[in-house]
Design a protein around this ligand. Sequence first.
Ligand code: 13P
Length: 251
Amino acid sequence: MRQPLVAGNWKMNGSLDSIRSLVEGIKAGLDSVTTAELAACPPYVYIPQVAAMLEGSSIALGAQDVNDRESGAHTGEVAPGMLTDIGCKYAIVGHSERRSIYGESDEFTARKFAAARQAGLTPILCVGELLEEREQGITEQVVSRQLDAIIDLEGVGALADAVIAYEPVWAIGTGKTATPAQAQDVHAYIRGVIAREDAAVAEKVQILYGGSVKGSNAAELFAMADIDGGLIGGASLDANEFLSIGRAGNA
Ligand code: 13P
């Protein structure tokens, strides 16, 4: 049985004050989340503040991105070892906003994934199709191309220490959630692609759904056989909403 993971991707939102009350709110209701692991991925600059607040709690810490190098002359970038140094467990790689707004390729994403693992982070690899790709019926090709970049560089075994997040780009921040059946189809496809190479890895890897998940739709999504939790954007900025998504994973 895979433990559900509910991770909040706060994106470029928050301030010292708003983040303090968000974390306090989540901690206050944490007992009601009995099964899922919760994780918070704040903007880089607030990670130390959140790390201090989460000390001794079961909520894991993650970053929203990571560089593919260990150190050096890369102005503005953050190395994976810096993230483990300040207490991160997870790093999101290949979010669609990185791919589409900042032009990051499948290959660059794969190098970030490799660097994150090398530093002891668990990468949360985002994959997903654009609306026009879904309309063209090429969702599976897109997702398998994104996965293959990782498998080609690192081997399928690398996915055993990783999390995958299927985030259809048309569902991100749009209020338009994939139906549980639509999401389950792609999740099962992803697990199948991995299973063709290694059944044990496919069985182990958590595949999260992301895209307009809320307290009101999380339970039906998480009830699907291959959906192992969620990567939550907007709704993770509200403690009660985030906790309610966490409770949707209760056994
Ligand atoms: P929303 O939950 O705001 O749609 O964002 C999803 C997402 O991009 C999480 O990484």
